[in-house]
Design a protein around this ligand. Structure first.
Ligand SMILES: *Cc1c(COP(=O)(O)O)cnc(C)c1O
Length: 367
Protein backbone atom coordinates (compact mmCIF):
# COMPACT_ATOMS: atom_id res chain seq x y z
CA UNK A 1 0.00 0.00 0.00
CA UNK A 2 1.09 3.56 -0.70
CA UNK A 3 0.09 6.51 1.47
CA UNK A 4 1.39 9.90 0.38
CA UNK A 5 1.58 12.73 2.93
CA UNK A 6 -0.85 14.68 0.78
CA UNK A 7 -2.73 13.65 -2.36
CA UNK A 8 -3.81 16.75 -4.24
CA UNK A 9 -4.88 14.68 -7.25
CA UNK A 10 -7.45 12.82 -5.15
CA UNK A 11 -8.95 16.14 -4.10
CA UNK A 12 -8.84 17.62 -7.59
CA UNK A 13 -10.77 14.63 -8.94
CA UNK A 14 -13.72 15.62 -6.72
CA UNK A 15 -13.92 19.22 -8.01
CA UNK A 16 -12.62 18.95 -11.57
CA UNK A 17 -16.04 19.65 -13.07
CA UNK A 18 -16.45 22.86 -11.08
CA UNK A 19 -12.90 24.06 -11.60
CA UNK A 20 -12.76 23.93 -15.39
CA UNK A 21 -15.53 26.48 -16.15
CA UNK A 22 -14.31 28.82 -13.39
CA UNK A 23 -10.83 28.99 -14.92
CA UNK A 24 -12.15 29.09 -18.48
CA UNK A 25 -14.23 32.12 -17.61
CA UNK A 26 -11.12 34.07 -16.52
CA UNK A 27 -9.31 33.08 -19.68
CA UNK A 28 -12.27 34.18 -21.78
CA UNK A 29 -12.30 37.55 -20.00
CA UNK A 30 -8.48 37.97 -20.23
CA UNK A 31 -8.86 40.00 -17.03
CA UNK A 32 -5.84 38.53 -15.23
CA UNK A 33 -5.02 41.28 -12.70
CA UNK A 34 -7.61 42.50 -10.15
CA UNK A 35 -10.44 40.83 -12.02
CA UNK A 36 -13.90 40.55 -10.43
CA UNK A 37 -13.06 37.10 -8.99
CA UNK A 38 -10.48 38.71 -6.69
CA UNK A 39 -13.16 40.92 -5.10
CA UNK A 40 -15.57 37.98 -4.93
CA UNK A 41 -13.01 35.80 -3.14
CA UNK A 42 -12.12 38.64 -0.76
CA UNK A 43 -15.78 39.03 0.19
CA UNK A 44 -16.15 35.28 0.64
CA UNK A 45 -13.02 34.94 2.81
CA UNK A 46 -13.99 37.98 4.92
CA UNK A 47 -17.41 36.44 5.53
CA UNK A 48 -15.95 32.99 6.16
CA UNK A 49 -13.45 34.39 8.68
CA UNK A 50 -15.84 36.80 10.44
CA UNK A 51 -13.69 39.76 9.35
CA UNK A 52 -14.73 43.16 7.98
CA UNK A 53 -12.17 43.27 5.18
CA UNK A 54 -10.00 40.84 3.22
CA UNK A 55 -7.25 41.80 0.79
CA UNK A 56 -5.95 39.20 -1.64
CA UNK A 57 -2.17 39.02 -1.96
CA UNK A 58 0.46 37.01 -3.78
CA UNK A 59 1.38 34.54 -0.98
CA UNK A 60 1.19 33.91 2.74
CA UNK A 61 4.66 35.36 3.04
CA UNK A 62 3.54 38.54 1.28
CA UNK A 63 0.45 38.64 3.50
CA UNK A 64 2.77 38.88 6.53
CA UNK A 65 5.14 41.31 4.82
CA UNK A 66 2.37 43.60 3.55
CA UNK A 67 0.74 43.55 7.00
CA UNK A 68 3.97 44.57 8.73
CA UNK A 69 4.76 47.23 6.10
CA UNK A 70 1.25 48.66 6.39
CA UNK A 71 1.61 48.82 10.18
CA UNK A 72 4.78 50.86 9.51
CA UNK A 73 7.07 48.33 11.17
CA UNK A 74 10.70 48.64 10.15
CA UNK A 75 14.27 49.42 11.20
CA UNK A 76 14.65 49.93 14.94
CA UNK A 77 11.49 47.97 15.78
CA UNK A 78 11.18 44.56 17.37
CA UNK A 79 8.53 41.94 16.63
CA UNK A 80 7.90 38.93 18.87
CA UNK A 81 7.18 35.49 17.46
CA UNK A 82 8.12 31.84 18.01
CA UNK A 83 11.21 30.07 16.68
CA UNK A 84 9.12 26.96 15.90
CA UNK A 85 7.32 27.94 12.72
CA UNK A 86 7.79 28.07 8.97
CA UNK A 87 10.65 30.37 8.03
CA UNK A 88 8.41 33.04 6.47
CA UNK A 89 7.12 34.24 9.86
CA UNK A 90 10.52 35.49 10.98
CA UNK A 91 11.78 36.10 7.45
CA UNK A 92 9.03 38.68 6.90
CA UNK A 93 9.92 40.52 10.10
CA UNK A 94 13.56 40.58 9.03
CA UNK A 95 12.76 41.87 5.54
CA UNK A 96 11.05 44.99 6.96
CA UNK A 97 14.31 45.83 8.74
CA UNK A 98 12.80 45.02 12.14
CA UNK A 99 14.33 42.49 14.53
CA UNK A 100 12.64 39.14 15.18
CA UNK A 101 12.53 38.40 18.93
CA UNK A 102 11.75 34.80 19.78
CA UNK A 103 9.62 33.40 22.61
CA UNK A 104 9.44 29.67 23.28
CA UNK A 105 6.41 27.47 22.57
CA UNK A 106 4.11 25.46 24.84
CA UNK A 107 4.95 21.76 24.73
CA UNK A 108 1.32 20.66 24.26
CA UNK A 109 0.19 22.85 21.36
CA UNK A 110 3.49 23.95 19.75
CA UNK A 111 2.13 27.52 19.87
CA UNK A 112 3.72 30.57 21.51
CA UNK A 113 3.72 30.39 25.33
CA UNK A 114 1.85 33.51 26.49
CA UNK A 115 3.45 33.32 29.95
CA UNK A 116 6.85 34.01 28.38
CA UNK A 117 5.90 36.95 26.16
CA UNK A 118 6.13 39.84 28.61
CA UNK A 119 9.77 39.09 29.48
CA UNK A 120 10.63 39.64 25.80
CA UNK A 121 8.93 43.04 25.47
CA UNK A 122 11.16 46.13 25.29
CA UNK A 123 10.42 49.76 24.43
CA UNK A 124 11.17 48.82 20.80
CA UNK A 125 8.54 46.08 20.58
CA UNK A 126 5.82 46.95 18.06
CA UNK A 127 3.98 43.71 17.43
CA UNK A 128 3.43 40.07 18.34
CA UNK A 129 2.97 37.42 15.66
CA UNK A 130 1.29 34.38 17.18
CA UNK A 131 1.42 31.44 14.75
CA UNK A 132 -1.57 29.10 14.72
CA UNK A 133 0.57 26.07 14.03
CA UNK A 134 -0.66 22.87 12.36
CA UNK A 135 -4.24 24.20 12.34
CA UNK A 136 -4.77 24.99 16.04
CA UNK A 137 -5.00 28.61 17.17
CA UNK A 138 -2.67 30.10 19.76
CA UNK A 139 -3.89 31.30 23.18
CA UNK A 140 -5.40 34.53 21.89
CA UNK A 141 -7.02 35.84 25.11
CA UNK A 142 -3.78 36.29 27.09
CA UNK A 143 -1.94 37.40 23.93
CA UNK A 144 -4.50 40.14 23.24
CA UNK A 145 -4.41 41.21 26.89
CA UNK A 146 -0.61 41.59 26.82
CA UNK A 147 -0.81 43.44 23.48
CA UNK A 148 -3.39 45.85 24.86
CA UNK A 149 -1.38 46.50 28.01
CA UNK A 150 1.80 47.29 26.01
CA UNK A 151 0.09 48.92 23.03
CA UNK A 152 1.27 46.34 20.49
CA UNK A 153 -0.19 45.15 17.21
CA UNK A 154 -1.09 41.49 16.87
CA UNK A 155 -0.53 39.87 13.48
CA UNK A 156 -2.07 36.39 13.41
CA UNK A 157 -0.02 34.05 11.23
CA UNK A 158 -3.01 31.93 10.22
CA UNK A 159 -1.30 30.44 7.15
CA UNK A 160 -2.07 26.93 8.44
CA UNK A 161 -5.39 27.70 10.11
CA UNK A 162 -8.08 29.18 7.89
CA UNK A 163 -11.43 28.23 9.41
CA UNK A 164 -10.11 27.07 12.79
CA UNK A 165 -11.59 28.62 15.93
CA UNK A 166 -10.53 29.66 19.43
CA UNK A 167 -13.45 29.90 21.87
CA UNK A 168 -15.76 30.14 18.87
CA UNK A 169 -13.78 32.92 17.18
CA UNK A 170 -12.28 32.41 13.74
CA UNK A 171 -8.57 32.50 12.95
CA UNK A 172 -7.62 35.95 11.68
CA UNK A 173 -10.57 37.71 13.31
CA UNK A 174 -9.07 38.52 16.70
CA UNK A 175 -5.75 40.31 16.11
CA UNK A 176 -5.04 43.60 14.34
CA UNK A 177 -4.66 41.61 11.13
CA UNK A 178 -4.58 37.97 10.09
CA UNK A 179 -2.51 36.39 7.31
CA UNK A 180 -3.63 33.37 5.25
CA UNK A 181 -1.65 31.32 2.75
CA UNK A 182 -3.10 29.58 -0.30
CA UNK A 183 0.07 27.58 -1.00
CA UNK A 184 -1.18 24.34 -2.62
CA UNK A 185 -0.48 22.20 0.47
CA UNK A 186 -2.41 24.48 2.82
CA UNK A 187 -6.02 23.54 3.67
CA UNK A 188 -7.32 26.06 1.15
CA UNK A 189 -4.70 25.62 -1.54
CA UNK A 190 -4.59 27.49 -4.84
CA UNK A 191 -3.22 26.55 -8.24
CA UNK A 192 0.06 28.16 -7.26
CA UNK A 193 1.03 30.87 -4.79
CA UNK A 194 -1.53 33.12 -3.14
CA UNK A 195 -2.53 34.61 0.19
CA UNK A 196 -4.87 37.00 1.97
CA UNK A 197 -4.77 39.58 4.74
CA UNK A 198 -7.88 40.06 6.88
CA UNK A 199 -8.79 42.74 9.41
CA UNK A 200 -11.74 44.28 11.25
CA UNK A 201 -10.36 47.78 10.58
CA UNK A 202 -11.73 49.20 7.30
CA UNK A 203 -9.17 52.00 7.22
CA UNK A 204 -6.30 49.54 7.67
CA UNK A 205 -7.87 47.39 4.94
CA UNK A 206 -7.78 50.38 2.60
CA UNK A 207 -4.06 50.88 3.27
CA UNK A 208 -3.38 47.15 2.83
CA UNK A 209 -5.02 47.33 -0.59
CA UNK A 210 -2.72 50.24 -1.48
CA UNK A 211 0.33 48.41 -0.13
CA UNK A 212 -0.22 45.43 -2.42
CA UNK A 213 -0.17 47.80 -5.38
CA UNK A 214 3.02 49.84 -4.72
CA UNK A 215 1.27 52.12 -2.23
CA UNK A 216 -0.42 53.75 -5.18
CA UNK A 217 -3.49 55.99 -4.74
CA UNK A 218 -4.65 57.38 -7.05
CA UNK A 219 -2.84 55.47 -9.78
CA UNK A 220 0.74 56.76 -10.31
CA UNK A 221 0.70 58.83 -7.10
CA UNK A 222 2.53 57.34 -4.10
CA UNK A 223 2.46 58.62 -0.54
CA UNK A 224 4.40 55.56 0.61
CA UNK A 225 6.19 52.51 -0.77
CA UNK A 226 4.36 49.19 -1.12
CA UNK A 227 5.06 46.38 -3.54
CA UNK A 228 3.52 44.14 -6.14
CA UNK A 229 1.71 41.82 -3.76
CA UNK A 230 -1.33 41.16 -5.95
CA UNK A 231 -3.35 37.94 -6.13
CA UNK A 232 -3.91 36.66 -9.69
CA UNK A 233 -7.50 36.52 -10.94
CA UNK A 234 -6.98 32.89 -12.00
CA UNK A 235 -5.95 31.99 -8.46
CA UNK A 236 -9.00 33.75 -7.05
CA UNK A 237 -11.31 31.90 -9.45
CA UNK A 238 -9.89 28.53 -8.40
CA UNK A 239 -10.01 29.42 -4.71
CA UNK A 240 -13.68 30.49 -4.89
CA UNK A 241 -14.48 26.95 -6.04
CA UNK A 242 -12.38 25.33 -3.32
CA UNK A 243 -13.62 27.55 -0.48
CA UNK A 244 -17.08 26.07 -0.96
CA UNK A 245 -15.67 22.67 0.05
CA UNK A 246 -13.33 23.78 2.81
CA UNK A 247 -15.53 22.97 5.82
CA UNK A 248 -16.26 19.51 4.43
CA UNK A 249 -12.54 18.86 3.93
CA UNK A 250 -11.74 20.12 7.43
CA UNK A 251 -14.36 17.72 8.82
CA UNK A 252 -12.64 14.92 6.93
CA UNK A 253 -9.28 15.83 8.43
CA UNK A 254 -10.75 15.91 11.95
CA UNK A 255 -12.40 12.53 11.38
CA UNK A 256 -9.09 11.05 10.21
CA UNK A 257 -7.26 12.55 13.19
CA UNK A 258 -9.84 11.00 15.52
CA UNK A 259 -9.17 7.60 13.94
CA UNK A 260 -5.42 7.93 14.56
CA UNK A 261 -6.12 9.16 18.11
CA UNK A 262 -8.13 6.00 18.76
CA UNK A 263 -5.54 3.71 17.16
CA UNK A 264 -2.74 5.25 19.28
CA UNK A 265 -4.83 5.65 22.44
CA UNK A 266 -3.26 2.76 24.35
CA UNK A 267 0.11 2.97 22.66
CA UNK A 268 2.40 4.84 25.01
CA UNK A 269 5.35 5.68 22.68
CA UNK A 270 3.22 7.93 20.43
CA UNK A 271 2.06 11.26 21.84
CA UNK A 272 -0.93 12.37 19.78
CA UNK A 273 -1.83 16.05 19.23
CA UNK A 274 -3.35 17.94 22.16
CA UNK A 275 -6.28 20.08 21.05
CA UNK A 276 -7.64 22.37 23.78
CA UNK A 277 -11.34 21.78 24.42
CA UNK A 278 -12.24 25.36 23.43
CA UNK A 279 -10.37 25.05 20.11
CA UNK A 280 -11.46 23.59 16.80
CA UNK A 281 -8.44 22.69 14.70
CA UNK A 282 -8.35 22.17 10.95
CA UNK A 283 -5.37 19.79 11.16
CA UNK A 284 -3.20 21.29 8.47
CA UNK A 285 -0.90 18.64 9.88
CA UNK A 286 -1.40 15.73 12.27
CA UNK A 287 1.81 15.90 14.26
CA UNK A 288 2.86 13.26 16.78
CA UNK A 289 5.81 13.17 19.16
CA UNK A 290 7.77 9.95 18.97
CA UNK A 291 11.06 8.44 20.17
CA UNK A 292 13.69 7.59 17.51
CA UNK A 293 11.94 10.04 15.18
CA UNK A 294 14.48 9.98 12.35
CA UNK A 295 14.64 6.18 12.28
CA UNK A 296 10.84 5.95 12.29
CA UNK A 297 10.69 8.45 9.46
CA UNK A 298 13.09 6.35 7.37
CA UNK A 299 11.11 3.18 8.18
CA UNK A 300 7.82 4.78 7.10
CA UNK A 301 9.39 6.00 3.86
CA UNK A 302 10.66 2.48 3.15
CA UNK A 303 7.05 1.36 3.55
CA UNK A 304 5.73 3.96 1.08
CA UNK A 305 4.25 6.16 3.79
CA UNK A 306 4.70 9.89 3.31
CA UNK A 307 5.66 11.77 6.45
CA UNK A 308 7.56 14.97 7.16
CA UNK A 309 9.34 16.86 9.91
CA UNK A 310 7.88 20.29 10.57
CA UNK A 311 10.38 21.73 11.42
CA UNK A 312 13.79 20.08 11.85
CA UNK A 313 15.62 23.23 12.93
CA UNK A 314 14.26 26.07 15.07
CA UNK A 315 14.59 29.53 13.59
CA UNK A 316 16.87 30.81 16.36
CA UNK A 317 19.42 28.24 15.17
CA UNK A 318 19.29 29.24 11.50
CA UNK A 319 22.51 30.59 10.03
CA UNK A 320 20.85 33.66 8.52
CA UNK A 321 19.76 34.78 12.00
CA UNK A 322 23.16 34.26 13.67
CA UNK A 323 23.51 38.00 14.21
CA UNK A 324 20.49 37.91 16.52
CA UNK A 325 22.82 36.24 19.03
CA UNK A 326 20.71 33.24 20.03
CA UNK A 327 22.26 29.92 21.05
CA UNK A 328 21.28 26.27 21.33
CA UNK A 329 19.45 25.89 24.64
CA UNK A 330 17.72 29.26 24.47
CA UNK A 331 14.33 27.77 23.53
CA UNK A 332 14.27 24.21 24.90
CA UNK A 333 10.65 23.41 24.01
CA UNK A 334 11.16 24.50 20.44
CA UNK A 335 14.38 22.51 20.15
CA UNK A 336 12.71 19.44 21.67
CA UNK A 337 9.80 19.71 19.23
CA UNK A 338 12.25 19.94 16.33
CA UNK A 339 13.78 16.64 17.50
CA UNK A 340 10.61 14.70 18.31
CA UNK A 341 7.81 15.63 15.92
CA UNK A 342 6.60 13.81 12.83
CA UNK A 343 3.62 14.71 10.61
CA UNK A 344 1.53 11.74 9.41
CA UNK A 345 -0.88 11.83 6.42
CA UNK A 346 -4.25 13.30 7.48
CA UNK A 347 -5.67 14.65 4.20
CA UNK A 348 -9.46 14.20 3.87
CA UNK A 349 -9.46 11.63 1.06
CA UNK A 350 -7.48 9.03 3.09
CA UNK A 351 -9.22 5.67 3.40
CA UNK A 352 -9.66 3.78 6.67
CA UNK A 353 -7.33 1.08 5.30
CA UNK A 354 -4.61 3.67 4.70
CA UNK A 355 -4.98 5.11 8.21
CA UNK A 356 -4.80 1.63 9.73
CA UNK A 357 -1.74 0.83 7.62
CA UNK A 358 0.07 4.00 8.77
CA UNK A 359 -0.79 3.47 12.45
CA UNK A 360 0.13 -0.21 12.15
CA UNK A 361 3.56 0.55 10.70
CA UNK A 362 4.25 3.18 13.37
CA UNK A 363 3.35 0.65 16.07
CA UNK A 364 5.34 -2.10 14.39
CA UNK A 365 8.47 0.04 14.49
CA UNK A 366 8.06 1.53 17.98
CA UNK A 367 6.40 -1.47 19.65
C1 LIG B 1 2.99 28.46 4.58
C2 LIG B 1 3.28 29.39 5.69
C3 LIG B 1 3.65 30.74 5.48
C4 LIG B 1 3.95 31.28 4.13
O1 LIG B 1 2.99 31.10 3.17
P1 LIG B 1 3.40 31.05 1.61
O2 LIG B 1 2.09 31.13 0.93
O3 LIG B 1 4.12 29.76 1.38
O4 LIG B 1 4.26 32.22 1.32
C5 LIG B 1 3.82 31.54 6.58
N1 LIG B 1 3.67 31.08 7.83
C6 LIG B 1 3.34 29.79 8.08
C7 LIG B 1 3.18 29.34 9.50
C8 LIG B 1 3.16 28.91 7.03
O5 LIG B 1 2.86 27.63 7.28
Amino acid sequence: MQVPLLDLKAQYATIKDEMAPALQSVMDSQYFINGPEVKELEKAVARYSDCAVAVGVSSGTDALLAALMTLDIGAGDEVITTPYTFFATAGSIWRTGAKPVFVDIEDETFNIDPSKIEAAITDKTKAIIPVHLFGQMAEMDPIMEIAKKHNLYVVEDAAQSIGSTYKGRKAGSIGTVGAFSFFPSKNLGGLGDGGMVVTQDAELGERLAQCRNHGSKPKYYHKWVGGNFRLDTLQAAGLIVKLRHLDYWSEGRRANAAKYDALFADFEPVKTPVIRDYNVTIYNQYVVRVPKRDDLRAFLKENDIGCEVYYPRSLHEQKCFASLGYNRGDFPESEKAADETLALPVYPELTDEQIQYVAGKVKEFLG
